[in-house]
Design a protein around this ligand. Structure first.
Ligand code: 173
Length: 323
């Protein structure tokens, strides 16, 4: 073989091989959301996917399977754990069956940026590694409180004789206030309101227009309580084995950029209150001692519940997540 021939053979080989290697390096991740596509708590995740697919060309591609039509919200944690999906957008309340301490995430008084600095994120990530076989990639929802929405007014912090739709987020609080509880996924709230089987529901300040609930809602109770946690979780085998350093760095950088948009949430909440008032939803606002009872009951019943289901983690989490 002449030297010249060898060179041209090498040139041909490399033009064939390099594109193959490049495409082999692009990893496709399957994604689901526990919240319906296009709604308030799917939007940050969808912005994340859009950015990853634009900026990660040739490196990572996210294939968005969709929301609750693709997978029931309370199954999403399991799907991440088993690797049925690689990445998911889901609130802790939907995977307390696998990680009881996830119920404490809503009780955080620190932003995710503060949690990353203080070591809280690292501890919470470790719990996700152990219980959910997941990497805790991002938290959205900081600055979005939960509220009680009603169709029968109340004048005191008491819910005796009221039937309220819940998830684990509100369970301890509304139980302490004397309510009867019905747990449903978000997709079932409208029908429950329409049929009159519930007198109200727990939900954050954002998102009640997404599924048309304003049509069936008379009152919102203020103040709001807790802080929404909607988390991006990556299957741990995917994170450790399927992705390389560059791919992990890209996902981490964009996740942190999305977390920075949590700063917009307060303004979104103000706008949501105005829109609710314009839709005819009246505010029941607890002031003075009632306000204190409302907020103290929310916080203390919430922590007492976590202490019951995950005693050691509750002590650690309360230290890490409160001021
Ligand atoms: O379904 C719910 O009320 C709930 O638990 C939740 C949690 C985070 C964001 C939105 C809803």
């Amino acid at each position: 073989m002449t030297f010249k021939f060898a060179l041209s053979a090498l040139a041909i080989a490399s033009t064939c091989v390099i594109p193959l290697l490049a495409s082999a390096r692009e990893v496709t991740l399957r994604a689901v959301s526990a919240f319906q596509e296009g709604t308030a708590f799917a939007k940050p995740f969808e912005a994340f996917i859009k950015k990853v697919n634009a900026e990660g060309k040739g490196l990572v591609k996210i294939n968005y399977i969709g929301g609750p039509k693709a997978m029931p919200p309370f199954e999403v944690g399991n799907a991440v754990k088993n690797g049925v999906v690689d990445i998911a957008n889901v609130t802790g309340a939907f995977y307390t069956n696998l990680m009881p301490a996830a119920d404490a995430l809503k009780l955080s008084e620190l932003t995710i940026q503060e949690q990353r600095k203080s070591g809280a994120w690292a501890y919470i990530n470790k719990l996700h590694n152990e219980k959910l076989n997941a990497y805790y990639l991002a938290r959205t929802g900081d600055g979005v409180p939960f509220h009680l929405y009603l169709n029968k007014p109340i004048s005191k912090p008491s819910l005796h004789d009221y039937t309220i739709r819940v998830t684990p987020v509100y369970r301890a609080f509304f139980t302490t206030l004397g309510a009867n509880l019905v747990q449903t996924a978000p997709g079932e709230v409208y029908t429950a309101l329409e049929r009159g089987v519930i007198d109200g529901y727990g939900w954050p300040i954002l998102g009640i227009f997404d599924l048309g609930w304003q049509e069936k809602t008379k009152y919102r109770v203020d103040p709001g309580f807790y802080a929404v946690d909607v988390n991006f979780l990556v299957n741990l085998d995917t994170w450790n084995k399927k992705l390389n350093d560059k791919q992990r760095a890209l996902l981490q950088r964009i996740a942190i950029e999305i977390e920075a948009t949590n700063a917009d949430n307060e303004a979104l909440g103000v706008a949501a209150k105005k829109a609710q008032a314009a839709a005819g939803i009246k505010t029941i606002s607890f002031e003075g001692p009632d306000r204190k009872v409302w907020l103290d009951t929310a916080r203390e019943s919430g922590w007492a519940y976590v202490e019951g289901v995950a005693p050691q983690q509750a002590v650690e989490l309360r230290k890490l997540l409160t001021k």
